[in-house]
Design a protein around this ligand. Sequence first.
Ligand code: HEC
Length: 236
Amino acid sequence: MKKALFTISVIALIALIGCKHDLQMAITELNGGSDTTVINPPPPVDTMICFESQILPLFVSSCAKSGCHDAITAEKDYILTSYQAIMEEIVPFNPNNSKFLEVMLLPATENDAMPPLPAARMTAEQIALITQWINQGAQNTTNCANTCDTTQFQYTAHIKPIMSTYCNGCHQGTSPSAGINTSTHAGLSAIAANGKLVGVTNHLPGFSFMPQNQPLMDACYRTKIQKWVLAGAPNN
Ligand code: HEC
């Protein structure tokens, strides 16, 4: 038993080292193949990544769009809206053999690169988050202890990551849905000012419901967004 545990730890360690290497390559790739500008990945988190609130919304907003892997189109029979479906091509503890991560790392010009052009590539932070989740065993963690704090609502630390998880999959790049870019402060502050950000995220009457085809976001996230909007949507 002890020996088995040891072997598993060694394999996990090798997988971790191997993936760090790939991650650096991926980041270099995302930087246009040059080593000079490096996006620093976020520091490794010591807490468990939460599948339900950090990974699932990322897959749904980046992959389960209409015309792609949503229930209606089901491109290549993948409907990427559930843990079970996502796990079809994810190998726990093994990011290098997890096809859904691999295709996100391919250069945009390759046929199998996902999400396909003209959609924007996944960001280095999103890749790092998915990689860490796989390295932690790709578990179906739900109802995760909520560490969200409604008194904290700065743009860079709090609002931007919510957009990255729930909105940017459709609203960034060269042809963002509805012409709205939620990945930049300029784009987001525009829909903050005209009331749409609060309207769509709270499913208020007269607004489209966002994130599209997903349930209301956690109340804490919506409160943070609302407080940030009321504070004048500062770039802080
Ligand atoms: C799966 C793709 C997808 C995701 C994820 C998504 N949107 Fe959208 N969004 C769309 C599409 C398509 C439209 C245009 C059709 C419509 O209004 O329903 C749109 C429209 C909008 C509009 C304009 C609505 C209006 O009434 O003018 C806003 C604002 C918006 N989205 C904000 C967001 C925000 C904020 C998020 C994240 C919380 C988000 N969206 C997530 C696809 C998406």
